[in-house]
Design a protein around this ligand. Structure first.
Ligand code: SF4
Length: 359
Protein backbone atom coordinates (compact mmCIF):
# COMPACT_ATOMS: atom_id res chain seq x y z
CA UNK A 1 0.00 0.00 0.00
CA UNK A 2 1.38 3.39 -0.94
CA UNK A 3 1.55 5.89 1.89
CA UNK A 4 -0.29 9.17 1.64
CA UNK A 5 2.36 11.80 1.58
CA UNK A 6 1.59 15.19 3.05
CA UNK A 7 1.22 17.58 0.15
CA UNK A 8 -0.50 20.47 1.85
CA UNK A 9 2.73 22.29 2.63
CA UNK A 10 3.80 25.52 1.04
CA UNK A 11 6.07 25.14 -1.98
CA UNK A 12 9.49 26.69 -1.65
CA UNK A 13 11.89 27.09 -4.55
CA UNK A 14 15.57 26.42 -3.93
CA UNK A 15 17.38 27.22 -7.16
CA UNK A 16 15.64 25.10 -9.77
CA UNK A 17 14.30 22.57 -7.24
CA UNK A 18 10.86 22.82 -5.66
CA UNK A 19 10.52 21.55 -2.10
CA UNK A 20 7.14 20.85 -0.55
CA UNK A 21 3.61 20.57 -1.83
CA UNK A 22 4.16 17.35 -3.74
CA UNK A 23 4.74 13.65 -3.46
CA UNK A 24 8.49 13.80 -3.48
CA UNK A 25 11.18 14.11 -0.88
CA UNK A 26 14.23 15.97 -2.15
CA UNK A 27 17.62 14.52 -1.21
CA UNK A 28 20.24 16.77 0.34
CA UNK A 29 23.73 16.24 1.64
CA UNK A 30 26.49 18.37 3.10
CA UNK A 31 30.10 18.67 2.02
CA UNK A 32 32.92 17.63 4.34
CA UNK A 33 35.64 19.71 2.68
CA UNK A 34 36.83 23.11 3.86
CA UNK A 35 34.46 25.42 1.97
CA UNK A 36 37.27 27.88 1.17
CA UNK A 37 38.99 25.06 -0.75
CA UNK A 38 36.93 25.61 -3.89
CA UNK A 39 38.45 22.80 -5.92
CA UNK A 40 37.96 20.12 -3.26
CA UNK A 41 34.44 21.37 -2.48
CA UNK A 42 33.37 21.45 -6.12
CA UNK A 43 34.78 17.94 -6.65
CA UNK A 44 32.82 16.63 -3.72
CA UNK A 45 29.64 18.38 -4.87
CA UNK A 46 30.02 16.87 -8.34
CA UNK A 47 30.39 13.40 -6.83
CA UNK A 48 27.30 14.02 -4.72
CA UNK A 49 25.31 15.17 -7.73
CA UNK A 50 26.31 12.06 -9.66
CA UNK A 51 25.12 9.91 -6.75
CA UNK A 52 21.69 11.61 -6.85
CA UNK A 53 22.05 14.51 -4.43
CA UNK A 54 19.56 17.21 -5.46
CA UNK A 55 20.57 20.05 -3.13
CA UNK A 56 23.93 20.50 -1.42
CA UNK A 57 24.85 22.41 1.72
CA UNK A 58 28.21 23.85 2.64
CA UNK A 59 29.34 25.15 6.02
CA UNK A 60 30.23 28.83 6.17
CA UNK A 61 32.21 29.32 9.38
CA UNK A 62 34.27 32.33 8.31
CA UNK A 63 34.85 34.97 5.66
CA UNK A 64 37.19 32.76 3.69
CA UNK A 65 34.30 30.31 3.23
CA UNK A 66 31.84 33.09 2.39
CA UNK A 67 34.27 34.50 -0.19
CA UNK A 68 34.40 31.12 -1.92
CA UNK A 69 30.62 30.92 -2.50
CA UNK A 70 30.49 32.78 -5.86
CA UNK A 71 33.21 30.60 -7.38
CA UNK A 72 31.68 27.35 -6.05
CA UNK A 73 28.30 28.43 -7.35
CA UNK A 74 29.76 29.02 -10.83
CA UNK A 75 31.18 25.52 -11.03
CA UNK A 76 28.26 23.37 -9.83
CA UNK A 77 24.86 22.36 -11.20
CA UNK A 78 22.73 21.66 -8.14
CA UNK A 79 21.31 24.30 -5.77
CA UNK A 80 23.68 25.48 -3.04
CA UNK A 81 22.65 26.01 0.58
CA UNK A 82 24.97 27.95 2.83
CA UNK A 83 24.96 27.07 6.52
CA UNK A 84 25.62 29.94 8.90
CA UNK A 85 25.56 30.11 12.65
CA UNK A 86 24.80 33.48 14.22
CA UNK A 87 26.96 35.72 11.99
CA UNK A 88 24.69 37.98 9.96
CA UNK A 89 27.60 39.38 7.92
CA UNK A 90 28.41 35.91 6.63
CA UNK A 91 24.73 35.45 5.81
CA UNK A 92 24.74 38.66 3.78
CA UNK A 93 27.94 37.62 2.00
CA UNK A 94 26.47 34.20 1.19
CA UNK A 95 23.26 35.71 -0.18
CA UNK A 96 25.20 38.23 -2.24
CA UNK A 97 27.51 35.45 -3.41
CA UNK A 98 24.68 33.48 -4.98
CA UNK A 99 23.47 31.04 -2.31
CA UNK A 100 20.18 29.40 -3.32
CA UNK A 101 19.13 29.11 0.33
CA UNK A 102 20.68 29.94 3.66
CA UNK A 103 20.35 28.01 6.86
CA UNK A 104 20.31 30.37 9.81
CA UNK A 105 18.08 30.77 12.84
CA UNK A 106 16.77 34.33 12.84
CA UNK A 107 16.42 34.28 16.62
CA UNK A 108 20.17 33.78 16.90
CA UNK A 109 21.23 36.66 14.67
CA UNK A 110 20.92 39.27 17.39
CA UNK A 111 19.71 42.85 16.95
CA UNK A 112 16.48 43.39 15.05
CA UNK A 113 18.17 45.55 12.36
CA UNK A 114 20.54 42.71 11.55
CA UNK A 115 17.70 40.22 11.22
CA UNK A 116 15.90 42.64 8.95
CA UNK A 117 18.98 43.16 6.83
CA UNK A 118 19.39 39.41 6.27
CA UNK A 119 15.69 38.85 5.63
CA UNK A 120 15.49 41.76 3.18
CA UNK A 121 18.56 40.50 1.32
CA UNK A 122 17.02 37.01 1.05
CA UNK A 123 13.73 38.53 -0.10
CA UNK A 124 15.44 40.58 -2.76
CA UNK A 125 17.19 37.54 -4.17
CA UNK A 126 14.09 35.37 -3.76
CA UNK A 127 15.88 32.71 -1.74
CA UNK A 128 14.47 30.76 1.21
CA UNK A 129 15.76 30.47 4.75
CA UNK A 130 15.92 27.17 6.62
CA UNK A 131 15.33 27.32 10.31
CA UNK A 132 17.33 24.51 11.87
CA UNK A 133 16.20 23.56 15.35
CA UNK A 134 18.53 21.16 17.10
CA UNK A 135 17.63 19.40 20.36
CA UNK A 136 21.19 19.91 21.52
CA UNK A 137 21.15 23.69 21.19
CA UNK A 138 17.70 24.90 22.21
CA UNK A 139 17.38 28.48 23.43
CA UNK A 140 17.92 28.99 27.13
CA UNK A 141 14.35 30.23 27.79
CA UNK A 142 12.95 27.05 26.24
CA UNK A 143 15.29 24.78 28.19
CA UNK A 144 14.37 26.60 31.39
CA UNK A 145 10.67 26.13 30.63
CA UNK A 146 10.86 22.41 29.81
CA UNK A 147 13.88 21.41 31.91
CA UNK A 148 15.48 19.40 29.09
CA UNK A 149 15.07 19.07 25.30
CA UNK A 150 11.53 17.93 24.53
CA UNK A 151 9.50 17.68 21.34
CA UNK A 152 7.26 20.53 22.54
CA UNK A 153 10.31 22.63 23.27
CA UNK A 154 11.73 21.96 19.81
CA UNK A 155 8.46 22.91 18.12
CA UNK A 156 8.21 26.02 20.30
CA UNK A 157 11.72 26.99 19.22
CA UNK A 158 10.80 26.50 15.55
CA UNK A 159 7.63 28.58 15.96
CA UNK A 160 9.63 31.32 17.67
CA UNK A 161 12.01 31.60 14.68
CA UNK A 162 9.12 31.32 12.20
CA UNK A 163 7.31 34.17 13.94
CA UNK A 164 10.34 36.43 13.54
CA UNK A 165 10.38 35.78 9.79
CA UNK A 166 6.61 36.08 9.39
CA UNK A 167 6.61 39.42 11.19
CA UNK A 168 8.93 40.61 8.45
CA UNK A 169 6.52 39.21 5.87
CA UNK A 170 8.97 36.48 4.89
CA UNK A 171 7.40 33.11 4.06
CA UNK A 172 9.94 31.16 2.00
CA UNK A 173 10.76 29.02 4.98
CA UNK A 174 11.91 25.43 5.45
CA UNK A 175 12.09 23.97 8.96
CA UNK A 176 14.13 21.14 10.46
CA UNK A 177 13.96 19.74 13.98
CA UNK A 178 16.93 17.49 14.42
CA UNK A 179 17.74 15.30 17.38
CA UNK A 180 20.11 12.39 17.80
CA UNK A 181 17.51 10.60 19.95
CA UNK A 182 15.29 8.83 17.43
CA UNK A 183 12.13 8.83 19.57
CA UNK A 184 12.53 12.52 20.31
CA UNK A 185 13.03 13.31 16.62
CA UNK A 186 9.92 11.32 15.62
CA UNK A 187 7.78 13.06 18.23
CA UNK A 188 9.14 16.50 17.32
CA UNK A 189 8.48 16.02 13.60
CA UNK A 190 4.98 14.68 14.23
CA UNK A 191 4.13 17.68 16.40
CA UNK A 192 5.76 20.07 13.94
CA UNK A 193 3.64 18.70 11.10
CA UNK A 194 0.51 19.54 13.10
CA UNK A 195 1.54 23.17 13.61
CA UNK A 196 3.74 24.10 10.69
CA UNK A 197 2.66 24.36 7.06
CA UNK A 198 6.12 25.14 5.71
CA UNK A 199 8.07 22.30 4.09
CA UNK A 200 9.84 20.13 6.62
CA UNK A 201 13.46 19.04 6.28
CA UNK A 202 14.06 15.69 7.96
CA UNK A 203 17.19 14.66 9.75
CA UNK A 204 18.44 12.50 12.60
CA UNK A 205 21.62 14.15 13.75
CA UNK A 206 24.87 12.50 14.88
CA UNK A 207 23.47 9.17 13.82
CA UNK A 208 26.85 7.46 13.54
CA UNK A 209 28.91 5.44 11.11
CA UNK A 210 27.80 4.09 7.75
CA UNK A 211 26.34 0.86 9.13
CA UNK A 212 24.90 1.96 12.49
CA UNK A 213 23.95 5.43 11.30
CA UNK A 214 22.10 4.12 8.27
CA UNK A 215 20.00 1.83 10.43
CA UNK A 216 19.32 4.51 13.01
CA UNK A 217 18.40 7.03 10.32
CA UNK A 218 16.21 4.54 8.48
CA UNK A 219 14.40 3.67 11.70
CA UNK A 220 13.77 7.30 12.61
CA UNK A 221 13.12 8.80 9.23
CA UNK A 222 11.22 5.71 8.11
CA UNK A 223 8.78 6.23 10.98
CA UNK A 224 8.39 9.91 10.06
CA UNK A 225 8.09 9.29 6.31
CA UNK A 226 5.53 6.55 6.91
CA UNK A 227 3.28 9.25 8.39
CA UNK A 228 3.60 11.27 5.20
CA UNK A 229 5.84 13.90 6.81
CA UNK A 230 8.89 15.44 5.15
CA UNK A 231 9.59 17.38 1.96
CA UNK A 232 13.36 17.13 1.93
CA UNK A 233 15.91 15.16 3.93
CA UNK A 234 19.52 14.62 4.74
CA UNK A 235 20.92 11.41 6.16
CA UNK A 236 23.82 12.41 8.45
CA UNK A 237 26.62 9.87 8.60
CA UNK A 238 30.21 9.83 9.81
CA UNK A 239 31.18 8.69 6.32
CA UNK A 240 31.79 9.89 2.78
CA UNK A 241 28.70 12.07 2.08
CA UNK A 242 28.10 10.09 -1.12
CA UNK A 243 27.01 7.31 1.23
CA UNK A 244 24.45 9.66 2.76
CA UNK A 245 22.90 10.14 -0.65
CA UNK A 246 22.86 6.41 -1.38
CA UNK A 247 21.14 5.66 1.95
CA UNK A 248 18.62 8.47 1.43
CA UNK A 249 17.79 7.19 -2.04
CA UNK A 250 17.31 3.66 -0.78
CA UNK A 251 15.08 4.82 2.04
CA UNK A 252 12.93 6.98 -0.22
CA UNK A 253 12.60 4.20 -2.77
CA UNK A 254 11.16 2.03 0.00
CA UNK A 255 8.33 4.52 0.37
CA UNK A 256 7.92 5.22 -3.34
CA UNK A 257 9.07 8.79 -2.78
CA UNK A 258 12.14 8.98 -5.01
CA UNK A 259 11.48 10.04 -8.56
CA UNK A 260 15.10 9.86 -9.68
CA UNK A 261 16.35 6.43 -8.69
CA UNK A 262 16.13 2.85 -9.93
CA UNK A 263 15.39 0.04 -7.46
CA UNK A 264 16.98 -3.39 -7.28
CA UNK A 265 14.92 -6.41 -6.29
CA UNK A 266 17.17 -9.35 -5.44
CA UNK A 267 16.16 -12.74 -4.09
CA UNK A 268 17.68 -13.79 -0.76
CA UNK A 269 19.09 -16.97 -2.43
CA UNK A 270 18.50 -20.52 -1.30
CA UNK A 271 19.50 -24.06 -2.22
CA UNK A 272 17.88 -23.74 -5.66
CA UNK A 273 20.33 -21.09 -6.78
CA UNK A 274 21.77 -21.55 -10.29
CA UNK A 275 24.04 -18.47 -10.61
CA UNK A 276 26.50 -16.43 -8.56
CA UNK A 277 23.70 -14.19 -7.46
CA UNK A 278 25.47 -12.16 -4.79
CA UNK A 279 28.16 -10.81 -7.08
CA UNK A 280 25.64 -10.27 -9.90
CA UNK A 281 23.30 -8.39 -7.55
CA UNK A 282 26.16 -6.17 -6.40
CA UNK A 283 27.25 -5.49 -9.97
CA UNK A 284 23.72 -4.61 -11.07
CA UNK A 285 23.16 -2.48 -7.98
CA UNK A 286 26.29 -0.50 -8.78
CA UNK A 287 25.20 -0.17 -12.42
CA UNK A 288 21.72 1.14 -11.69
CA UNK A 289 22.93 3.56 -9.00
CA UNK A 290 23.40 6.28 -11.62
CA UNK A 291 20.13 5.61 -13.47
CA UNK A 292 17.88 8.58 -12.78
CA UNK A 293 14.58 6.89 -13.67
CA UNK A 294 12.31 5.17 -11.10
CA UNK A 295 12.49 1.73 -12.72
CA UNK A 296 12.64 -1.63 -10.96
CA UNK A 297 15.25 -4.21 -11.84
CA UNK A 298 15.19 -7.78 -10.49
CA UNK A 299 17.97 -10.33 -10.10
CA UNK A 300 16.87 -13.82 -9.12
CA UNK A 301 18.87 -16.94 -8.39
CA UNK A 302 16.59 -19.37 -10.25
CA UNK A 303 13.50 -19.44 -12.42
CA UNK A 304 11.28 -21.48 -10.07
CA UNK A 305 8.96 -18.78 -8.77
CA UNK A 306 11.20 -15.80 -9.28
CA UNK A 307 9.83 -14.04 -12.36
CA UNK A 308 6.28 -14.36 -11.08
CA UNK A 309 7.20 -13.12 -7.62
CA UNK A 310 9.15 -10.23 -9.08
CA UNK A 311 6.16 -9.26 -11.23
CA UNK A 312 6.51 -5.59 -10.37
CA UNK A 313 9.99 -5.48 -11.92
CA UNK A 314 10.29 -3.59 -15.21
CA UNK A 315 13.09 -5.91 -16.21
CA UNK A 316 14.84 -8.81 -14.54
CA UNK A 317 17.03 -11.81 -14.92
CA UNK A 318 16.61 -15.27 -13.41
CA UNK A 319 19.40 -17.82 -13.37
CA UNK A 320 18.88 -21.13 -15.13
CA UNK A 321 21.46 -23.87 -15.83
CA UNK A 322 24.15 -22.19 -17.95
CA UNK A 323 21.85 -19.40 -19.02
CA UNK A 324 19.78 -16.51 -17.86
CA UNK A 325 16.12 -15.82 -18.47
CA UNK A 326 15.30 -12.21 -19.13
CA UNK A 327 11.83 -11.27 -17.99
CA UNK A 328 9.64 -8.16 -18.04
CA UNK A 329 6.73 -7.72 -15.63
CA UNK A 330 6.79 -11.41 -14.76
CA UNK A 331 6.86 -12.69 -18.36
CA UNK A 332 9.98 -14.35 -19.76
CA UNK A 333 11.01 -12.53 -22.94
CA UNK A 334 14.16 -14.43 -23.95
CA UNK A 335 17.01 -16.70 -22.93
CA UNK A 336 20.62 -15.50 -22.94
CA UNK A 337 23.91 -17.37 -22.36
CA UNK A 338 25.17 -17.02 -18.77
CA UNK A 339 28.39 -15.20 -19.79
CA UNK A 340 26.49 -12.29 -21.33
CA UNK A 341 23.37 -12.21 -19.20
CA UNK A 342 24.45 -9.30 -17.01
CA UNK A 343 25.48 -7.25 -20.06
CA UNK A 344 22.13 -8.03 -21.72
CA UNK A 345 20.33 -6.98 -18.57
CA UNK A 346 22.27 -3.69 -18.49
CA UNK A 347 21.31 -2.98 -22.12
CA UNK A 348 17.65 -3.58 -21.32
CA UNK A 349 17.90 -1.34 -18.26
CA UNK A 350 19.30 1.48 -20.41
CA UNK A 351 16.50 0.99 -22.95
CA UNK A 352 13.78 1.12 -20.31
CA UNK A 353 15.33 4.20 -18.68
CA UNK A 354 15.40 5.91 -22.09
CA UNK A 355 11.78 4.96 -22.71
CA UNK A 356 10.90 6.49 -19.33
CA UNK A 357 12.46 9.83 -20.25
CA UNK A 358 10.80 9.80 -23.69
CA UNK A 359 7.33 9.44 -22.16
FE1 SF4 B 1 15.72 -19.54 -4.04
FE2 SF4 B 1 15.15 -19.19 -6.61
FE3 SF4 B 1 13.70 -17.90 -4.74
FE4 SF4 B 1 16.20 -17.15 -5.20
S1 SF4 B 1 14.48 -17.05 -6.67
S2 SF4 B 1 15.29 -17.51 -3.19
S3 SF4 B 1 17.20 -19.08 -5.67
S4 SF4 B 1 13.78 -20.12 -5.07
Amino acid sequence: MAITHRKDTRQVRIGNVVVGGRDEVVIQSMTTTKTHDVEATVNEINRLEEAGCQIVRVACPDERAANAIPEIKKQINIPLVVDIHFNYKLALMAIEGGADKIRINPGNIGKRERVEEVVNAAKEKGIPIRIGVNAGSLERHILEKYGYPTADGMVESALHHIQILEELDFHDIVVSLKASDVNLAIEAYEKAAEHISYPIHLGITESGTLFAGSIKSAAGMGAILSKGIGSTMRISLSADPVEEVKVAKELLKTFGLASNAATLIACPTCGRIEIDLISIANEVEEYISTIKAPIKVAVLGCAVNGPGEAREADIGIAGARGEGLLFRHGEIIRKVPEEIMVDELKKEVDKIAEEYFEQ
